[in-house]
Design a protein. Sequence first.
Length: 280
Amino acid sequence: MTAHPRLSLNQATVKHADLRTTLGVCRDSGIPAVGLWRESVHDTGRAEAVRLLAGSGLRLSSLCRGGFFTAAEGRARRAALDDNRRAIEETAELAAGAAPGSAAVLVLVPGGLPDRDLPQARLRVVDAIAELAEEAGACGVTLALEPMHPLYAADRGVVSTLGQALDIAEQFAGVGVVVDTFHVWWDPELNAQINRAGRSGRLVSFQVNDWITPLPADALLARGMMGEGHIDLPAVAAMVQEAGYRGDIEVEIFNQEVWDSEPGAVAGAVVEAFAKHVLS
């Protein structure tokens, strides 16, 4: 089966594959784009990662991840902001060397609760993006804030809805949002907020997967292959398409069974499931 021309394999889907292997299975499966993770870039070495991506002929759809902005002012917060500055530089360098049509998009995970003050934690996310947005713009990098399912508000993502993410992004030039089906499929305002994101030019990344039940013991690993769970993926894809998004569509799956499978087989399954359950 021929891979869809907008399909991208997010590296998290083949978590245990190194960068060279990930790029190879994309090429072998005909997948034209890849979403990279910083841990793999660092393990490979930044210069070598740039070289390998440039030689692969693949587009870069995003780099994961920056963010984790919710610590109170102090050493930990300054370290997080400095790490995000490095992530911005890495995104720019990787995208510049990748195939034409690449996106210099840095995905931001908001961060969880350092205490019990949820409103204050959300304000710290705003403050961090305010500090970084101009620097990102100067590098040609778009910051993409990812709202996360409320299940993760305590430990990972205090921004829980697409509307909340847009309320933040719209305050700054060069800041957009991620629509990840796992995190937003349940939202009764989803269609309206995707339309809003499209109208304001803030829809900069689209990730697909499925919500499976029963949830595993580690809820982080509850993402299934498209078609295995409860999400109406064609409906969400249609919303995103109608909102004007024409970029690559990443398949990002956190699932132990998928991770334990051979990367080439996973890539082949991604191609088939994407065609059957997302876009043909």
